[in-house]
Design a protein around this ligand. Structure first.
Ligand code: ES4
Ligand code: ZN
Length: 319
């Protein structure tokens, strides 16, 4: 029923469902400022990226032990498998945890434990992408890369996320150069709320291979031409764009015109516990709202494997 697909834009912390948040809060003795899951869900009305991020970071207080991270990732993988995901490249935000005293090793080893069993248990191959929080300093990003050195065998790529406007990619030139020297691949969020110029900078200054979101490229025809001719993948997240008010309603999402322009588009779920759906739900929603037909959905699924960090053999096995 669900097309086989790869998920390339997924924040593992954004898969924390209210039920698991309350279970972990009880286990770890963390007080949540909500009476129950229903009240928490009612808080999921966001005005923009920042109002979402405030809640997203606050709720992470419940994640404390290796077991917590393993349980979070395993729950995501089970849901993803049920929606046709065969390969997942998963973001995590180490600074959101190290800043509150949870060591990076706890995060990576906990996630790694679930990922190690993923192929056998869920039929999903996985990679980890370590993201730097762009509203923190360049020095903090460098310290994070340094702290990650014992765990690099588990990490495929670096990324850049959190509050975009006012934090251009060039701020992270040095840490991306260091990541390149360590053999890591590179992506960055750009053009979600920030201007098309941030997309150019992510390509030219950071050397990223893929743009996360990239929505605002549509304001700059020359940039669109370049993304098309260089076949730079965009990891779009239509449900996220609506919930964070980049787009008023899904019917107005430019996905169809982006595909028609020849852009290498993929659709992804971003923070599915907060934005109303996992990636299969997202495929279904763009089918309904934008009238994408079966062939266009197949193209999106095929694009997701082309855009993934898989070699040919791995890609054949995952499809
Ligand atoms: C995020 Cl939707 C989004 N944008 C930027 N950073 C993020 N971190 C988690 N979700
Ligand atoms: Zn994102």
């Amino acid at each position: 029923m669900h097309l086989p697909k790869a998920e390339l834009h997924l924040h593992i912390e954004g898969t924390l469902e209210p039920e698991l948040a309350f279970a972990l809060a009880a286990r770890n003795g963390v007080d949540l400022p909500y009476a129950d899951t229903e009240e928490l869900r009612k808080a999921y009305l966001f005005e923009d990226l920042q109002t979402f991020l405030d809640l997203y970071y606050a709720l992470m207080a419940v994640l404390r032990t290796e077991d917590d991270f393993a349980e979070l990732a395993d729950a995501y993988l089970a849901r993803a498998a049920a929606q046709g995901v065969r390969h997942a490249e998963i973001f995590f935000d180490p600074q959101a945890h190290t800043d509150r005293g949870v060591p990076i090793g706890t995060v990576v080893e906990g996630l790694g434990r679930a990922l190690d069993r993923s192929e056998e248990k869920h039929g999903i191959s996985t990679q980890l992408i370590m993201c730097f929080l762009r509203d923190k300093s360049a020095e903090s990003a460098l310290e994070t890369l340094e702290a990650a050195k014992p765990y690099l065998h588990r990490i495929s790529a670096v990324g850049l996320d959190s509050a975009e406007v006012g934090h251009p990619p060039a701020k992270f030139r040095e840490v991306y150069a260091a990541a390149t020297a360590l053999g890591l691949r590179k992506v960055a969020h750009a053009g979600e709320e920030g201007p098309p110029e941030y997309i150019r900078e992510a390509l030219d200054v950071l050397g990223v291979e893929r743009i996360d979101h990239g929505l605002r490229c549509m304001e700059d025809p020359d940039l669109v031409d370049r993304l098309v001719s260089e076949r730079i993948p965009l990891t779009l997240c239509p449900l996220s764009n609506v919930r964070l008010r980049a787009i008023d309603v899904l019917e107005q999402h430019p996905l169809r015109s982006m595909m028609d322009a020849g852009l290498l588009c993929t659709v992804n779920s971003d923070d599915p516990a907060y934005f109303g759906g996992y990636v299969g739900d997202t495929f279904h929603a763009v089918h309904e709202a934008l009238g994408l037909d079966r062939e266009q959905l197949r193209t999106l699924a095929r694009n997701s494997f082309e855009a993934a960090f898989l070699d040919h053999d791995e890609e054949r096995r995952a499809r």
